[in-house]
Design a protein around this ligand. Structure first.
Ligand SMILES: [Zn+2]
Length: 393
């Protein structure tokens, strides 16, 4: 199978995050097996989804490049609901030098290239191992990869470098923001709206809370007011979902607000959350004498760290040498690179074919040119891994 044929197979599996990815994973593991590469599936609790980890080459590389290079991708894709596709979403269509299909850019295109690289690597005398890490449930907040990270953390040797192939037009991205999503639940006291002052309106509490979030956002952005803010270099805070009230003539006693913090790698999301919680508690405290049941509680729904790989490091220079780039960039979206980097201390970069301008959209595509560039990059990687000294970590 060539890379296009592998991509066609990957696209044919409807791996929208709410569905199982097991058919895709059994295709991948059988395909790897057919090339003599064994892989390990790391399933979720009900075996409906799994991560996959596979390695080619020696168990460990030569000093000082012991752990080798890990290619990382997610297998899930975002839904097509409500999008008007003019081409089949779960089949590959080649047209005008592009491969269309859901996930072609984000990020089955890279996964196809990575699988082909594993096959090629299996025929080469590698001195340094090449690893493949495929995850599930990335699109709902880098959820699935955590058990893969746990698996890796129990291994005696960690990879020296991770390339996460999210679409960057093959640029070398070394930074992205982290995210913390949370829900605040405000409790007031119900009552007839004619007697509203005797009750405590939870929607009003929540509304004051949202004002606090907006003030916090202004404070976080203020230091950047005179700079170029097109890339939004500062941490953002926003409320996305509010729920409260049952009838207009009832003072609501409950209101929930879902909000998120998208923190630049310099800012600490849990610390910002602490400030938000302190502000919310103040809002509630002033009512406690009259309404003792007034309360606010918080639940963190999802959290992943930002990525900030120092530019002047071996890992970055190594990947630059593969792509020919001499600059670095950042991506606006979160990736698993932040987790590999912060939990396992594996130097990580984001570099993959296609653009997120096409990701998550109808008629998503990756250009054939981009796929060729990615294959070139991985080809150079394999040459380096088969040299007795591929570089100095
Ligand atoms: Zn992605």
């Amino acid at each position: 199978m060539n890379t296009k044929e592998i991509l066609a197979r990957l696209l044919s599996f409807d791996t929208v995050s709410r569905h199982s990815n097991m058919e895709l994973m059994s295709f991948v593991s059988q395909w790897l097996q057919s090339h003599g590469i064994s892989s390990r599936l790391i399933p979720n609790h009900d075996y409906s989804k799994a991560n996959l980890y596979a390695s080619v080459g020696p168990e460990t590389g030569k000093s000082p490049f012991f752990g080798g290079v890990m290619l990382s991708g997610h297998t899930d894709v975002v839904p097509i609901d409500g999008q008007s596709w003019t081409l089949p979403a779960f089949d590959l269509t080649e047209q005008d030098g592009r491969y269309y299909g859901r996930g072609s850019a984000d990020m089955k295109g890279f996964v196809a290239c990575a699988l082909k690289a594993m096959e090629t690597a299996s025929t080469m005398p590698l001195h340094t191992p090449l690893h493949l890490a495929l995850s599930y449930d990335e699109e709902i907040g880098c959820v699935g990869v955590r058990s893969l990270i746990e698996h890796l953390s129990n291994q005696p040797v960690q990879p020296n470098l991770c390339i996460v192939g999210e679409p960057t037009l093959m640029g070398v991205a070394i930074r992205h923001k982290g995210k913390l999503a949370a829900e605040a639940t405000f409790k007031g006291r119900a009552g007839h709206s004619a007697l509203a002052p005797h009750a405590l309106n939870a929607i009003h509490l929540a509304s004051d809370f949202i004002s606090q979030l907006r003030n916090l956002q202004e404070a976080l952005a203020a230091p950047y007011a005179n700079g170029d803010t097109t890339q939004i270099p500062y941490t953002t805070v926003h409320a996305g979902i509010i729920n409260g009230g049952t009838a207009l003539n009832i003072v609501p006693d409950t209101c929930t607000v879902r909000f998120e913090i998208r923190n630049s790698a310099d800012d600490n999301a849990p610390e910002i959350l602490e400030k938000i919680i302190a502000g919310a508690n103040q809002l509630v405290d002033v009512h406690l004498a009259r309404i003792p049941e007034a309360a606010v509680s918080f639940e963190v729904l999802n959290e992943y760290p930002g990525l900030s790989t120092p530019e002047d490091t071996w890992a970055v220079r190594f990947v630059q040498s593969l792509t020919g780039a001499n600059d670095t960039g950042e991506v606006s979206f979160g990736t698993e690179a932040g987790l590999f980097s912060s939990v396992l201390s594996i130097p990580s970069v984001v570099c993959g074919p296609g653009s997120m301008d096409q990701g998550h959209k109808p008629d998503e595509y990756v250009s054939v040119d981009q796929m060729d560039l990615c294959e070139d990059m991985l080809g150079k990687l394999l040459i380096k891994l088969s040299q007795s000294s591929p570089g100095t970590p």
